[in-house]
Design a protein around this ligand. Structure first.
Ligand SMILES: [Ca+2]
Ligand SMILES: [Ca+2]
Ligand SMILES: [Ca+2]
Ligand SMILES: [Ca+2]
Length: 636
């Protein structure tokens, strides 16, 4: 061992001792520090620093106390699949944040998936607690036999009347609900133009043609023609672990107004039957039109580039995102390096000794690929470099500034099947995954799973971003639950200027991680309202330029600011999305952490219509409610 190595070892031991002392010292006093009414807490630092002091935030799991009491149950499918039921029904736990009664307090909708199981809509009472209103609102009873099993939902204002409407997607018939002034949801599926049956695990709202009316994208997992409760064959499984294209269809529904949607999938050139689990939409190649990224299981991810609101072109391979086949579970966006543009995070499987795919952080490189003349944004995977690659059997993952220091952190759920402890299906799984096409594709050849687990009892990941380098601080900040996590949804549930985290667990309790952030961390939020209104022709005011959809889905905000400790200007971009990651939707409101003593130079909103709103030195620690009708027309 060289002198340098010895010094390194001694340093490591010393640092380890400090960490040990710090963690030991965090016992009882911690409970006195968390739960401050305004979401902040005093911090003094020092050698006996609590996790709150060390990392600037701390979670308290408080779903039950808050009245967010919800249990998910998986569906029971056709008896021909009984020997591998946990492997074929491992999804359905989903979470959607919306403000359905438009009172400024964010509400949460969970779906369950068992026959007859009741979904739950939790109205935020504004005092830290919730009341369950799904039955009264008409969105509880959505797992009736013969109609399918709920897999998730997405909410946005498709008719621009000021109230978010809801699409519930299932393995079965998708259902559309029109929100009647926050008082009830009216089921409007019939005649709306939705497909009669598809086995969907992902959806998002987007205005792909920028006419001010939100369109809807639905992504199938299982093949469309399968009724999972009435199988005529067991040959329903993916034909390959890496190259399967025998999954579900994708559907783009163009909003025609008057509650009608037209299936334009073929017309716009979207063609894919991969096994999609995650979708996200934003204008990633900066041509003004929102693109679509699909995280696909059993194959490569896809990137559908929107060509002027008329055609989509699949450029996954050229972009870099769709080169290596993996087990895509979640697709979400973020600007973790404060570059002023969006990276794409896609989760996969990591199980040391068995299967190490690693998650991908696709960071945009260079300008648009002008050489190709096709406008293909290219990406490089930086997940390994930034230490956000290995997350177990990963599901939903979302970026958010959890400690308001100006750098986006990353919350990720994981865990596949937690059954009997110490029993694992990995050996059998490896045989099937690596086997011949005829084997994997037929459920009858899959070995029975019994009570074995597969990548179960996993610890979630809470990756803290220290300026472009991440550290997992999960247990230290209070995230210790090991149920099989699926959806992650983010929201400032108590309007405190901090991000709370909602997690939906498969066959488990929903979790609410209430956040406490150290005092002195600044922030700013934006609630954006597009100019479109129902009484105004969506393409009519002014004639040459439609207003944006009222939910402002697709709007971009760039904040440029400085802090006392760092005089160099910082810059971060965020985008409004309605449906992303895995089976989730986070708040439409945008939240920027800023660090200490922040001064914002400007915040620039680019509306989907192309209009802009520029705020010079906007107030910090403030939720800014901005309406597009106060914006500027672009200069031609
Ligand atoms: Ca509300
Ligand atoms: Ca509406
Ligand atoms: Ca549209
Ligand atoms: Ca942060």
């Amino acid at each position: 061992m060289s002198r340098g190595q010895k010094q390194a070892v001694i340093t490591c031991l010393f640092v380890g001792l400090l960490v040990f002392v710090a963690l030991r010292g965090s016992g009882e006093s911690l409970w006195n520090r968390i739960g401050g009414g305004d979401g902040t807490s005093h911090s003094s630092g020092g050698p006996r620093a609590t996790p709150l002091e060390r990392y600037g935030f701390h979670f308290t799991e408080s779903a039950k106390e808050a009245g967010l009491d919800f249990q998910h149950h998986a569906p029971t499918l056709d008896a021909k699949l009984a020997h591998i039921m946990p492997l074929v029904n491992p999804m359905g736990a989903a979470a959607t944040v919306l403000d359905y009664d438009a009172d400024g307090w964010l509400d949460v909708y969970f779906v369950t998936s068992d026959a007859g199981g009741q979904n739950a809509l939790f109205r935020n009472k504004g005092d830290g607690t919730f009341e369950e209103t799904a039955a009264a609102m008409g969105v509880a009873d959505l797992n009736q036999p013969g109609t399918g099993a709920c897999m998730g939902s997405v909410a946005a204002d498709y008719d621009n009347d000021g109230y978010p409407d809801m699409l519930v997607y299932r393995w079965g018939r998708p259902e559309l609900f029109h929100n009647i002034e926050g008082k009830r949801f009216e089921r409007v599926t019939e005649g709306s133009g939705l497909p009669a049956w598809m086995n969907a695990n992902a959806a998002c709202w987007l205005d792909y043609n920028r006419d001010g009316r939100l369109d809807l994208f639905l992504a199938g997992y299982w093949p469309d023609n399968i009724d999972l409760w009435n199988l005529s064959t067991t040959r329903i499984m993916p034909e390959s672990f890496e190259f399967a294209t025998n999954g579900g269809g994708k559907v783009l529904l163009k909003n025609l107004g008057d509650g009608k949607f037209e299936n334009v999938t073929k017309a716009v050139g979207i063609e894919s039957t991969r096994w999609t689990l995650g979708v996200v939409s934003a204008d990633l190649d900066a041509n003004g039109y929102p693109d679509l990224v699909l995280a696909n299981d059993y194959g490569v991810s896809e990137f559908f580039a929107n060509r002027g609101g008329e055609r989509f072109e699949e450029v996954g391979y050229a972009s870099g995102i769709g080169v290596t086949p993996k087990s895509g579970m979640s697709a979400s966006l973020g600007d973790p390096l404060n570059e002023g543009r969006q990276s794409v995070y896609i989760t996969n499987i990591t199980e040391p000794g068995n299967l190490v795919q690693g998650n991908n952080l696709w960071v945009p490189v260079g300008d648009l690929d002008e050489e190709a003349g096709r406008g293909v944004q290219r990406y490089l995977n930086q997940a390994g470099t930034l230490n956000i690659e290995r997350g177990g059997w990963s599901w939903g993952a979302k970026f958010a500034d959890l400690n308001n220091d100006g750098w986006l952190d990353l919350f990720q759920t994981n865990g596949y099947i937690s059954a009997a402890a110490g029993k694992s299906y990995w050996y059998d799984y490896g045989k099937i995954a690596g086997g011949l096409k005829g084997l994997i594709g037929d459920a009858k050849f899959w070995p029975p799973i019994g009570d074995q687990s597969l990548a179960g009892f996993q610890t979630k990941c809470v990756w803290l971003n220290k300026g472009g380098d991440f550290t997992d601080v999960c247990a230290a900040v209070g995230v210790t639950e090991t149920n099989d996590g699926r959806a992650v949804a983010l929201a400032d549930l108590s309007n405190r200027g901090v991000i709370d985290v909602v997690v939906a667990s498969q066959n488990g309790k929903a979790l609410l991680y209430r956040n406490t952030v150290a005092e002195g961390q600044d922030w700013i939020q934006f609630q954006l309202t597009g100019g479109a209104r129902p009484e105004v022709n969506a393409s009519g005011r002014p004639a040459q330029m439609p207003w944006s959809n009222r939910s402002a889905v697709g709007a971009e905000v760039v904040v440029v600011w400085r802090t006392a400790d760092d005089p160099a200007p910082r810059r971060q971009q965020q985008v409004v999305t309605a449906g992303d990651a895995y089976a989730s939707q986070s708040m439409l409101r945008l939240h920027f952490g800023l660090g200490k003593t922040a001064v914002i130079e400007e915040a620039v909103v680019t509306w989907p219509s192309g209009r802009t709103t520029v705020l010079k030195e906007p107030a910090i620690r403030t939720l800014h409610r901005l309406d597009e009708t106060d914006s500027k027309e672009p200069t031609p």
